[in-house]
Design a protein around this ligand. Structure first.
Ligand SMILES: [Zn+2]
Length: 361
């Protein structure tokens, strides 16, 4: 299998491969320029491509890099699909349109961060900010341990984290940290106090492309949770039994849910797909997050802690900076052919399943 050539080592490379794949498929890119530059001085953008009629009754969104650095995986899957004649044939035969959104959070993709340039977790940022935000007392309690004053952490910090796990369990720690918080802007999984650039831009994209369809599907590509190379299909809709039945009919009985504890993800709020309900109320919406495993959960959390410490400490040595950035990238992108091949197989399968489900309606 040669699909691994469609994966990249930098945002600039990923974007140029995406644009080339779109060209080869005879499609056009609509670019939404980001206000900042990338790590290599390159321009950043959310790139959007529509395949199929603008007035299609069914639309499938396939998006990458909600969490910046996770885009190395998602971009590869998008590029594989764009180069696949069998995929284009299936899309056309089903009468479905496909909206590819490349680099929802191009800044994090380029700079090897999970967050946006506002240090915000885009997938915790979809709140009505005129109303009170959720609180996260468990995070408040351990905020100074999660992102401690020194890195590596002191023995005292490590002991306190170990004590938390011993008394309440690793899952409670994961939930406290990854559940999202709105009171520690220099912490991890910070949901922000305003809509981020990516949030605002995504809404514009949905308004432009997703307000005519009757049925809307969404596969949002993520990494960093679960067993290495396994793509967990996490239900990404409101807690609605009919939508869950539909998601399982399309993507299989293995679709997990944050509402019943079957997912490796904690129960979350402020999720990005809420925008599908708000911007596309005319459509019946069905979505999943495709969450590919990389490293064990504590390794991933530790990489995020280190990266946030680095963000708060620009005086860190070049050597430490390089090591932490590599640790972070490795936590969200397993740079081996075997891993990428597994990613592609599952991603392409999920895309075909969605098109069949949408086309059958
Ligand atoms: Zn993610």
């Amino acid at each position: 299998m040669t699909e691994t050539i469609h994966f990249s080592q930098s945002y600039a490379e990923a974007r140029s491969k995406f644009v080339a794949a779109v060209d080869a498929a005879g499609l056009d890119v609509e670019s939404h320029p980001h206000p900042m530059l990338g790590r290599d001085g390159e321009a950043l953008a959310m790139d959007v491509v529509l395949e199929g009629p603008r007035d299609a009754r069914a639309l499938l969104v396939i998006s990458s890099a909600c969490h910046g650095v996770e885009g190395y995986c998602g971009s590869g899957v998008q590029n594989v699909l764009l180069h696949d004649p069998a995929w284009h044939g299936a899309v056309k035969a089903a009468g479905v349109a496909v909206l590819y959104i490349h680099a929802l959070n191009p800044y994090g993709f380029s700079w090897w961060r999970r967050t946006t340039h506002e240090n915000v977790d885009l997938n915790r940022n979809f709140h009505d900010f005129s109303r009170p935000l959720p609180t996260n007392p468990a995070y408040d309690e351990i905020a100074a341990l999660v992102v401690p004053p020194t890195w590596p952490p002191s023995n005292e910090v490590n002991a306190a984290i170990a004590a938390f796990i011993a008394t309440r369990g690793e899952r409670a720690l994961q939930s406290a940290i990854s559940g999202g918080q709105y009171d520690h802007p220099q912490g991890v999984f910070y949901g922000g106090r305003n809509p981020t650039w990516s949030h605002v831009t995504l809404r514009q994209v949905l308004q432009r492309h997703a307000t005519r369809c009757r049925r809307l599907g969404w596969i949002d590509l993520h990494t960093g949770l679960g067993p290495s190379g396994h793509g967990e299909r996490i239900f990404a809709c409101r807690d609605d039994a009919a939508a869950l039945l539909r998601a399982r009919a399309w993507w299989g009985a293995g679709v997990t849910s944050i509402y019943d504890g079957s997912s490796s993800s904690a129960l979350l709020s402020g999720l990005m797909w809420l925008a599908a309900y708000e911007e596309c109320p005319q459509a019946e919406y069905t979505g999943i997050a495709m969450e590919y495993g990389t490293l064990p959960v504590m390794d991933v959390l530790n990489a995020l802690r280190a990266d946030q410490w680095l963000e708060n400490h620009p005086e860190a040595s070049a050597e430490q900076r390089r090591a932490i950035k590599q640790q972070l990238r490795d936590a969200f992108y397993t740079d081996t052919d075997v891993w990428k091949q597994r990613i592609v197989l599952q991603g392409v399968e999920a895309a075909h399943q969605a098109v069949r489900g949408l086309g059958a309606g």
